[in-house]
Design a binder for this molecule. Structure first.
Ligand code: ARG
Length: 502
């Protein structure tokens, strides 16, 4: 943000008060009275704060402003204003000529901001006042009519909803890219077997593709959640005014349809203070961050020498300033840590909302910090994760070399006995004893002879060896959605079809 205000002091503020003198023309343009002392900055210089008197306090200006944060809403603010002005003209509340002036003026302002030619002045508080003041300065009287029947309270909520619709689309596109990266990587590993863990202890064998595809499912739910958030938030609050609506014949459905909202809000008091969509959006971001963090945690562990399951690409590793051999997974560690900041935003928005008395309160201005931060953080983490996933390889040789450690075929053996008619609890107990026996004699289950098995159960016959050996078992998984090669291939085909449509 450093540098953002550079030029602000020399902007509107100094133009008007240069050398302690009010520059008449510009002051007229803004419709301001020149009835305050040249060296005395009063609150009444703000067109919307005529009621207030006294000296403006710079500390106060800094504290209440949200422009440094909400200036990024300018396109949405201008789109909302154009729709509002169009509606005012349709309702004959302003003339066609005034509408044209307003539209042209707003589009010019938009271009100035886009091209970095616009001077932001923090004393104008927020993007709404910055744009409106610039418009009045540019076109005079007609500009003063723009805010007819509108309050910043319904305006800001409109802007946020418009921003969020776009932000959700960006996040969904990034999720899709990440899902595609998982599917592509998975398609290389439909036969490669790796240990599946529970409690981070070897549990049952799985194919690497299934391991990767679990993330596609997880991020699919995030994709859907964001879509739900968009649907619920895509409601126009415009026309709710400060909190009670308006005595003017505003056509709310007109502005709603111009702005692509699916409906209007039906209670003005709720509309101006509703930030459910912000909380929901941040929650969705928090869960995406959690999923990314889980992935990061896995691969931080899996890439260690102790595990050695994955090979992170050098381009996503860093070294140590002291230990020359180091290859550190810093990118993943940062993804893992950034989830904390998103959770912070979630707690912040929920806390901001919990004590809101009915109606708009300035507390709500703080919503933006958190929705922007959550969106930005998750955007960059999704990009980074996509790059990492696309370049990470599984160390299949090393994995298969150590695959038979850890008795990952024990469950399949118990199911073999269950399949022969033994009660599963009993089979579970017998296999437990067999594992203990193997540990003592330093053998794998597959290395036991038929006679050794027979000592534990007469149900064991020669075919038992088909159910032994981690590498072999994955091919025996027959349930839908299981972590075997057959299911992985089906899932890959499904996701390839599904994601190609996005
Ligand atoms: N900057 C304010 C916000 O972000 C705009 C609304 C101000 N409304 C008011 N009544 N002071 O919430």
């Amino acid at each position: 943000m450093e540098g953002f205000w550079d030029g602000c002091v020399s902007g509107w503020f100094l133009t008007h008060y240069a050398g302690g003198r009010i520059i008449g023309q510009e002051s007229e343009d803004r419709g301001q009275k020149t009835d305050f002392g040249a060296d005395k900055m009063t609150n009444s210089e703000k067109s919307w704060e005529k009621r207030l008197s006294g000296q403006r306090d710079e500390l106060m200006v800094d504290f209440v402003q949200s422009l440094s944060c909400d200036k990024r809403l300018y396109k949405y603010d201008i789109a909302g204003s154009i729709a509002h002005a169009q509606m005012l003209a349709d309702q004959k509340l302003i003339t066609k000529a005034e509408l044209k002036q307003i539209k042209d003026g707003l589009l010019e302002i938009e271009q100035e901001i886009t091209e970095g030619r616009f001077k932001f002045d923090k004393s104008l508080e927020d993007i709404h006042m910055a744009v409106e003041s610039a418009l009045i300065k540019k076109i005079g009287e007609a500009g003063k009519k723009l805010h007819t029947g509108r309050s910043r309270n319904d305006q800001v909520s409109t802007d946020l909803r418009l921003w969020m619709r776009d932000e959700i689309e960006i996040l969904q596109a990034k999720i899709t890219q990440l899902q595609k990266a998982f599917v592509k990587s998975g398609s290389r590993y439909t036969e490669a077997v790796m240990p599946g863990y529970t409690h981070l202890q070897r549990a049952q064998p799985v194919v690497v593709a299934s391991y990767l595809l679990q993330f596609v499912e997880r991020f699919e739910r995030d994709f859907i959640r964001l879509g739900n958030c968009r649907r619920l938030g895509n409601i126009s609050p415009l026309g709710s005014g400060a909190l009670a609506g308006s005595t003017l014949p505003l056509d709310r459905k007109n502005t709603a349809s111009q702005l692509g909202f699916s409906d209007i809000s039906y209670n003005s008091m709720d509309a101006v203070s509703d930030r459910d969509f912000c909380a929901e959006f941040i929650f969705d971001c928090a869960l995406i961050a959690a999923h990314l963090s889980q992935l990061a945690e896995d691969w931080i562990i899996y890439s260690s020498s102790e595990f050695g399951l994955v090979l992170l690409d050098d381009s996503f590793c860093t070294s140590s300033s002291m230990m020359p051999q180091k290859r550190n997974p810093d990118v993943l560690e940062l993804i893992r840590a950034k989830a904390g900041a998103v959770y912070g935003s979630l707690i912040a928005i929920l806390t901001i909302l919990k004590a809101q008395p009915t109606g708009y309160n300035r507390d709500l201005q703080e919503d933006k910090i958190h929705i922007f931060a959550a969106g930005d953080t998750v955007e960059s983490s999704l990009d980074m994760a996509c790059a990492v996933v696309s370049h990470t390889k599984f160390n299949t040789e090393r994995i298969s070399a150590g695959l038979e450690e850890g008795f990952m075929d024990a469950t399949a053996l118990a199911e073999y006995l269950a399949g022969k008619g033994m009660a599963f609890r009993e089979a579970h107990g017998i296999v437990g004893s067999l594992v203990a026996h193997c540990e003592k004699s330093n053998k794998k289950l597959s290395e036991l002879g038929p006679d050794e098995f027979k000592k534990y159960s007469s149900l064991v016959s020669e075919d038992v060896y088909e159910s032994l050996g981690a590498a072999r078992i994955v091919g025996k998984y027959i349930t839908e959605g299981a972590a075997g090669p057959k299911q992985a291939k089906e899932q890959i085909a499904y996701w390839q079809r599904q994601l190609a449509q996005r």
